[in-house]
Design a protein around this ligand. Structure first.
Ligand code: GLP
Length: 245
């Protein structure tokens, strides 16, 4: 049932485990329906603590129920900049640790913005990343988390709804929220590369996951005004977006 105040459909689960299992089964159904038609399934993927259980469930579906990722192409949302690919805090490391090392995806189908793109060429690489998404046929299903300040990917408050993949200055709040990965705030990068809001909005279907201490920001994103000051509020304008909380 959709609440009168909700401007985006919200599905509430008793626990993150159950919410994650629901989303994993949606992904599995999509992958299998695409495979039956000999088509690729293009997934937009997120990092952070929120989707870890989702990735655990996808790994379980692969190992125990034979779900194959051979026809899956992935595009991750973001990466710190600069960062070594195999640094423990890189999103490249995160994705391999939690998902890619445990499934049968073809490594050439994995796309993650690189924290090693040379600064002078970065605009070209960002444009190529957006072009690669289009060339792959666009994102069939985009998974999102939400930052405590309402960011999606690393699109911090103030990001234009027309933004494309680019380098962004991280909010101090974001750096503080992610300090647990770095132990020292001074070591948290000040910059990141993020897929832009316009690229996220082009996804055919979007599922945003949120649990933990996200109730206030989720309520604002779902029930409040659509504003660039709260990037996730733009999802009210998408015709196939669900919040799973
Ligand atoms: C991170 C990521 C986002 C993520 C958000 C929330 O910094 N760039 O994609 O959704 O912040 O993270 P968490 O799930 O750990 O709360």
């Amino acid at each position: 049932m959709i609440d009168a105040f909700e401007k985006v459909p919200v599905q509430i689960f008793p626990s993150p485990k159950e919410g994650s299992a629901f989303v994993a089964s949606e992904i599995a159904t999509l992958i299998k329906s695409k495979a039956a038609k000999n088509e690729t399934c293009v997934l937009g993927l997120a990092t952070g603590s929120t989707p870890i259980k989702l990735y655990q469930e996808l790994v379980r579906l692969h190992k125990e129920e034979g779900l194959s990722f051979k026809n899956v192409v992935t595009f991750n949302l973001d990466e710190y900049f600069p960062i070594e690919q195999d640094a423990p805090q890189s999103y490249w490391s995160f994705m391999h640790k939690h998902l890619f090392n445990h499934i049968d995806i073809d490594p050439k189908n994995i796309h993650i913005p690189s924290g090693k793109w040379p600064k002078e060429d970065i605009k070209k690489h960002c444009a190529e990343y957006d072009a690669a998404i289009i060339k792959a046929g666009g994102i069939d299903l985009q998974i999102l988390g939400i930052g405590g300040n309402g960011h999606i990917g690393f699109n911090e408050p103030g990001s234009s709804f027309h933004s494309k993949t680019r380098v962004i200055h991280l909010d101090q709040l974001t750096r503080m929220a992610n300090v647990y990965e770095w132990h020292d705030l001074n070591k948290v990068p000040k910059l990141a590369i993020t897929v832009g809001i316009s690229s996220i909005m082009k996804a055919k279907k979007i599922v945003l996951l949120a649990w933990g201490n996200k109730a206030d920001i989720v309520a604002k994103a779902v029930e409040g005004d659509v504003t660039e000051q709260l990037p996730a509020s733009v999802l009210q304008n998408h015709d196939d977006c669900t919040f799973v909380i």
